[in-house]
Design a protein around this ligand. Structure first.
Ligand code: AMP
Length: 583
């Protein structure tokens, strides 16, 4: 297919904010593509070149992209950077640069989707010397034959920021409309932005949505799902969970009290420690152990000791286990917060040293595939029983998540208090009869953890945003007070809204902060400390990054405090006090 055709689809998707209209546009597109192309085009529709579970990345930096645009258009890198700062979207910059280019090639407009996929896939495979130049050449080659609008989307795909507002649910629905429209008789009324289905049709529609969603949950591969859907319902049912590829993990809803937790998950409930570590999905397939994070990154190489524990301590031909790995201090055997061991996920060298200094204990809490059997629809209590049977526990290496099963609030409260004493983040309450729900927060698992009073902090710096946030200050450096000085304690963007109707917006904050800018370096600006914001957070941590020596975990701006001045800002002493009490 010509890439131009796809670029036009992207553009019409980008132009509308209506989800139903997006679904309609995409479904029309899916309906007319050939089966041969279905897989790759489904990836491209999501702004990807592989299935979601595939971890290969194109690995082209913005710097290299700028070079490629410059190479393909003859426009200087400085000019491109300048435009980028103004517009905040390299895709649009590439588009206007191609527009300005004097010499058009005869091939412009002949770019195919296959060529885009081929070049970008080639880039993922490159390694060794000359990689950067070869990547540059692959990207520049695409841009040289691109029409302006094609350049916009080639660049965005490459940078993994398609910005057409197509979420996973939209792709899923578009597949339903495309594959089952004859059975469902869907007609989209653009004026009313409506698909009028009667109750019976709606029921049938939801059934197909569940089938497509189920196939996606089991495979994490919209390409595979679209291909199968175009063949029919039976093919979709044939897509099975496989320990060969990672699955999206089930997520938790937050509750504000234990009684609310019981209301959500029912009684009796399983109450587990909420370990302050990171999610580990453990797969065994054809004798090989693979470990994935919740974002489906393969981290097997980083955790050779876990591979050993799994080999030695867990019975089974093949399986998928869900767990939380938590760090501990090897000397005093105390759990430590995630922050202190987070480098183990990313660092790929000195593994032996890291594994000794920053050991982890794996706490298994679920099994969703075992010896060729998909257990997603097996009730949780049976899945728990299974892990109890197949795992040989060794403390500080591999264990079952600690738990109580109860319907008694006092007992649950006691377990929770004990959890906090042992440096856990809180508890997770689970419905004993529930199925495993990949990728969703449906409330069969809920988390309960202590809330912290917010801090009042001064904004002392910010960064100019990119993309949708271009032209706005979008990430704010906040600071506390210490003996007449202002000391940075973190960076926060969460909590600020894109639209002013939704609350404090980036536009509003930018307007207030712009006149206070006292220095600029690259995209970062220094701001006179006059604006005070209330900042919520989950935890205070020690941090060498900021002058205060502390950082806030999961900070979010709650509101502007026009009523407060610099003297009202929290002091370092108060922050230290709260840090100690949280321990
Ligand atoms: P949150 O990241 O605050 O949404 O909390 C959910 C996360 O808690 C999960 O994704 C897991 O990584 C983690 N977690 C820790 N202990 C457990 C447990 N016993 N069961 C499920 N998730 C857990």
């Amino acid at each position: 297919m010509l890439y131009l055709e796809l670029a036009k689809i992207y553009e019409s998707l980008e132009k509308t904010s209506k989800r139903l209209e997006k679904t309609f546009i995409l479904s029309k597109f899916f309906k007319k593509i050939s089966k041969k192309e279905a897989r790759d085009l489904a990836y491209l529709a999501k702004g990807k070149i592989f299935a979601d579970w595939n971890e290969e990345v194109v690995g082209v930096s913005t710097q290299l992209t700028i070079k490629a645009i410059s190479k393909a258009t003859g426009i200087s890198e400085e000019k491109i950077v300048k435009d980028w700062r103004k517009i905040g979207d390299l895709g649009k910059v590439a588009e206007s640069s191609i527009e300005k280019k004097k010499q058009k090639t005869l091939l412009s407009g002949r770019l195919t989707t296959q060529k885009v996929i081929d070049n970008l896939r080639k880039a993922t495979k490159l390694e060794g010397s000359g990689t950067v130049e070869r990547k540059l050449a692959l990207v520049a080659e695409l841009l040289t034959v691109s029409k302006p609008i094609e350049a916009r989307y080639v660049i965005r795909t490459l940078l993994e920021e398609l910005r057409i507002g197509v979420a996973e649910g939209t792709i899923r629905d578009a597949i339903v409309w495309a594959a089952f429209d004859k059975k469902l008789d869907i007609t989209y009324n653009k004026k009313k932005n409506d698909i009028s289905l009667d109750e019976k049709q709606r029921e049938e529609y939801n059934r197909y949505v569940d089938i497509v969603q189920g196939a996606y949950d089991r495979s994490n591969d919209f390409g595979l799902v679209l291909e199968a859907a175009l063949e029919g319902e039976k093919e979709l049912q044939k897509i099975k969970l496989s320990p060969e590829r990672p699955v999206k993990v089930e997520l938790c809803l937050k509750v504000d009290s234990i009684s609310e937790g019981f209301k959500r998950v029912g009684t009796p409930a399983e109450i587990e420690l909420k370990y302050d570590g990171f999610r580990m999905l453990i797969h065994k397939f054809k004798g090989k152990i693979t470990i994935y994070t919740r974002r489906l990154e393969n981290v097997t190489k980083q955790f050779p000791e876990v591979v050993e524990y799994v080999k030695n301590q867990i019975k089974g031909e093949n399986f998928i286990l869900d767990s939380e790995a938590v760090g501990f201090n090897p000397k005093n055997k105390e759990y430590r917060p995630f922050q202190e061991i987070s480098q183990r996920i990313k660092r790929k060298y000195e593994i032996d040293k890291l594994k000794k200094e920053l050991p982890v204990e794996v706490n298994i809490f679920d099994c969703i595939y075992y010896n060729n059997r998909d257990l997603i629809k097996t009730p949780f209590r049976e899945r728990r029983r299974l892990i109890e049977k197949i795992i040989k526990e060794i403390p500080w290496k591999l264990k079952l998540a600690e738990r109580v099963v109860t319907d008694n609030e006092d007992k649950a409260e006691k377990f929770y208090k004990e959890a906090l004493k042992r440096k856990m983040e809180g508890i997770i309450m689970k419905n004993l009869n529930s199925f495993y729900q990949p990728g969703s927060r449906v409330g069969t698992w809920v988390k309960f953890k202590p809330v912290q009073e917010p801090f009042e902090l001064a904004i002392v710096g910010a960064e100019w945003g990119t993309g949708k946030r271009g032209g706005w200050l979008s990430s704010f450096i906040v600071a506390c007070r210490h003996e007449g000085h202002i000391l940075e304690i973190g960076k926060v963007g969460t909590g600020v809204k894109e639209k002013s109707e939704q609350g404090l917006s980036f536009g509003e904050l930018t307007k207030i902060l712009k006149p206070l800018i006292i220095g600029e370096k690259g995209r970062t600006v220094k701001i006179k400390p006059k604006i005070i914001v209330e900042v919520g957070y989950q935890e205070i941590q020690k941090s060498p990054t900021y002058k205060s020596g502390f950082a806030l975990r999961f900070p979010r701006i709650i509101k502007l405090r026009h009523d407060k001045g610099i003297d009202d800002v929290h002091s370092l002493t108060e922050i230290k006090k709260r840090y100690t009490s949280q321990k």
